[in-house]
Design a protein around this ligand. Structure first.
Ligand code: GLA
Length: 377
């Protein structure tokens, strides 16, 4: 369940602006079930949108200003929508979206908004992508731009890469924009197409947030990306999506690039196999693939961390847990587990109690059904 009470964004809007909004947009966070660090290698990912989300109440303005309030802060973010001077703080995200509408030749319009979010930040649950898509949806509405979810997601990726300066891949924005209620998506990050697999009854997805936050890991992320690009170049393929284990075995790439490439190549195959297993309700296979994914991220890709390893270990010792792995960029933040329906309550209780005894942090455990993507309510 989301912690956001109905109408909270509307109430905040009315408090700050005196009268009610013209509309409200809801934009979900996401959890990736399998397929990590594959998106920027043109590979496969299998995420779903979660119940935690950003709600944004909004109204167009007749001047060229954007004014945005969040729940916790009496001071709004304010910027001139035509200015190309970067502003400081989180306002850089909405500003980047508007700038990329403009550079893509789309109209932009001033607006005012109040937003509330219950997506934990720095946890690997895509709070930034949810914010970006919320702003894009609002801007499309106020400026009269037709909504094409995938195209808009890719515009948000460009804004994050070029305006904010974070070189993320395409997964977070694509799932946030295109998620289908009740389904896990399999996104092909080479051509941006998605297939939707209905989540079978009998299992529940648990987000196991360790309560730890990723620190400054951008440099690690960028290093992984460039090592993958170098490996692809040395293997003579356009991206690691097109490499095989045989090709890698026959090559003389160095040990580091070899381990990074091995993760990506095997992870892509695991995404395909996981989708097949879940569609057939073969949970044993699906769970084993998630565990193999975690091990590969820990040992070959080296993006796990002590809190994530402790959480996966605990989850796998817990009755009813079919599989568990880190989710998102890694290092800290959240894991994801697939749990038998009939064991969810006891599993949640045990993990909540036991985790702080193994690692010095308070976990947050979220059960979520797959939600739809960013939408006007
Ligand atoms: C972050 C990035 C995504 C993806 C994941 C790792 O969430 O934003 O593009 O690369 O890490 O799978």
């Amino acid at each position: 369940m989301s912690d956001i009470e109905p109408n909270v964004a509307e109430q905040l809007f009315a408090d700050r602006f005196g009268t009610g909004p013209a509309g409200v947009v809801a934009s979900p966070g996401r959890v990736n079930l399998i397929g990590e660090h594959t998106d920027y290698n043109d590979g496969f990912v299998s995420p779903m949108a979660i119940e935690q989300r950003v709600d944004m109440a909004f109204r167009p303005r007749d001047d060229r200003r954007a004014i945005l309030y969040t729940g916790g802060d009496p001071n709004p973010v304010v910027f001139d929508i035509d200015s190309v001077d970067k502003i400081a703080g989180w306002g850089l995200y909405p500003q980047g979206i508007l700038r990329h509408f403009a550079t893509d030749g789309l109209p932009i319009r001033g607006f005012e908004a109040a937003l509330v979010s219950d997506i934990p930040s720095g946890a690997g649950l895509s709070s930034s992508a949810a914010l970006e898509l919320a702003v894009a949806r609002v801007q499309a509405e106020v400026a009269g731009v037709p909504w094409d979810a995938s195209e808009m997601a890719l515009r948000c990726v460009r804004a994050e890469n070029q305006w904010v300066g974070v070189s993320c891949g395409v997964m977070d924005q694509l799932i946030c924009a295109t998620a289908v209620e009740g389904s896990v998506s399999r996104i092909d990050c080479e051509d941006y197409t998605s297939e939707h697999v209905t989540m079978p009854s009998g299992v529940v997805v648990l987000v196991l947030h360790t309560g730890t936050k990723r620190g400054l890991v951008d440099s690690e992320y960028n290093e992984r990306r460039s090592t993958c690009e170098r490996a692809a170049l040395e293997l003579g393929v356009s991206s690691l999506r097109h490499a095989t284990i045989d090709l890698l075995d026959a090559s003389d790439v160095d040990d580091l690039a070899r381990r990074r490439a091995r993760h990506v190549i095997t992870e892509n195959q695991r995404v395909v196999d996981w989708g097949t297993a879940v569609a057939a309700s073969d949970f044993e296979t699906a769970g084993a693939l998630m565990v193999a994914s975690h091990e590969s991220l820990r040992d070959d890709y080296e993006v796990s961390g002590p809190a994530l390893d402790a959480m996966v270990e605990l989850a796998l010792e817990t009755d009813g847990v079919i599989g568990a792995r880190l989710t998102g960029a890694g290092f800290a933040g959240a894991c994801v587990a697939l749990v038998r329906n009939d064991a969810v309550e006891t599993a949640v209780e045990r993990i909540a109690q036991e985790f702080p005894q193994r690692y010095d942090a308070i976990p947050q455990i979220i059960a979520s059904l797959p939600q739809r993507g960013t939408a006007l309510l």
